[in-house]
Design a protein around this ligand. Structure first.
Ligand code: F6P
Length: 378
């Protein structure tokens, strides 16, 4: 019998975190279950820092709010956590402290809202006997085993609006406008926003690009009197035989090397300017994609995910991830989510701790983009 549950939000924020939290809280209350939130993701679990969540109070009025009312920690890996020992930083597995906290606090289930690394930790906790249920989050839309993650649709919609705005200024000044969007290893945001925003070129990590091909597409447009072009570049896109653009190699202080990507869009803009003779400008969309109010789609998706997660807990179905498969709400074992890396293929820059879902060449988005003449750099 599930009586007391806790939620944690982990990893980079997305629009929709609060909508999931609200749905879990409401569904829990509906069934007489008490709900708590660990503050700051897995770090809250480690420090046993949590607060009561209730729809009348702490979790009220949050559906449309960006961010997370229980914060979120980026990549706090409690299985490999930095601690100071004799004046030196060493990494320790502190997960047993978390397990003890969950037992002492008598939580019957912990909901882990997060991306691939978060779900890997959730799987690892489930192996230690904690009842875990994952909910797939990330603007990058790259969590394995689900068709869509919450936060992604909002990011695409922000990128699409940016493209609409870049279109008019590109046309006015006869320029190439490059928009760099997020997507470390997967190009979903770039691809979908390129289609939605009528871009001419989309460069994604899954297709190492040939810049000459992108330049040719722009020159072909010039031949038909179009002296401006719109190019979308994933932050993780890289040239054939080349490297991804890294802004800063950094340890985020939580046990994970948190390499900041940056420069992919600028690089493409500079090369396209040289190859086409047109002026090129680059805009980096950055964190605008993650902040602020979720789209109605994300509000509904997040609510579905949250209520399903609580439903699964009530059914005693633990150690699973809520997913959307062929348009239907469902769940898959966390083991499958983490283990599916092999089927999906090598992670480009080898940074992910879990599994990720890359754009595949038979995806409808790829076919559609090619059919309507969007150059994918190959
Ligand atoms: O994983 C989501 C993401 O939005 C990536 O696309 C991006 O590289 C990363 O987060 C940046 O996050 P932060 O700067 O918070 O580590």
């Amino acid at each position: 019998m599930v009586k007391k549950v806790a939620i944690l939000a982990n990893g980079g924020d997305v629009s929709g975190f609060n909508a999931v939290i609200r749905a879990i809280v409401k569904t829990a209350e509906h069934h007489g279950v008490e709900c708590y939130g660990f503050i700051d993701g897995y770090r809250g679990l480690l420090k046993n820092n949590y607060e009561k969540l209730s729809s009348a109070d702490t979790a009220s009025g949050i559906l449309q709010k960006g961010g997370s009312i229980i914060s979120s920690s980026t990549n706090a890996n409690v299985f490999h956590y930095p601690v100071m020992e004799e004046g030196k930083e060493v990494y320790k597995d502190l997960s047993d402290i978390c397990v003890q906290n969950v037992k002492d606090d008598e939580f019957d289930c912990v909901f882990a809202l997060g991306g691939d690394s978060t779900q890997k930790s959730a799987r690892d906790f489930s192996l230690k006997g904690i009842h875990m249920i994952g909910v797939p989050k990330t603007i990058d839309n790259d969590v394995a085993c689900t068709d869509i993650t919450f936060g992604y649709n909002t990011a695409v919609s922000v990128a699409t609006e940016a493209l609409d705005r870049l279109h008019t200024t590109a046309e006015t000044h006869n320029r190439i406008m490059v928009l760099e969007v997020m997507g470390r290893e997967a190009g979903w945001i770039a691809l979908e926003s390129a289609i939605a925003g009528g871009a001419d070129v989309a460069l994604i990590p899954e297709i190492p690009y040939d810049i000459e091909k992108a330049a040719q597409a722009i020159k072909d447009r010039q031949k038909i009197g179009k002296n401006f072009s719109i190019v979308v570049v994933s932050e993780g896109a890289f040239p054939k035989g080349g490297e991804i653009s890294v802004k800063e190699e950094a340890n985020n202080g939580q046990g994970v090397i948190n390499t900041k990507l940056g420069g992919a869009g600028e690089k493409v803009a500079k090369q396209l300017e040289e190859l086409t003779g047109l002026t090129a400008r680059c805009t980096v969309l950055g964190y605008l994609q993650r902040g602020g109010t979720p789209t109605s789609f994300d509000r509904v998706l997040s609510t579905k995910y949250g209520s399903k997660a609580m439903e699964l807990a009530l059914e005693g179905k633990f150690n699973v991830l809520t997913v959307i498969k062929n348009g239907k709400l469902d769940c898959v074992p966390l083991e499958e989510v983490v283990g599916s890396n092999k089927e999906i293929g090598a992670v480009q820059n080898g940074e992910s701790e879990g599994s990720i879902r890359l754009v595949t060449m038979d995806d409808d988005l790829v076919k559609t983009a090619r059919n309507i003449g969007i150059c994918l750099g190959d």
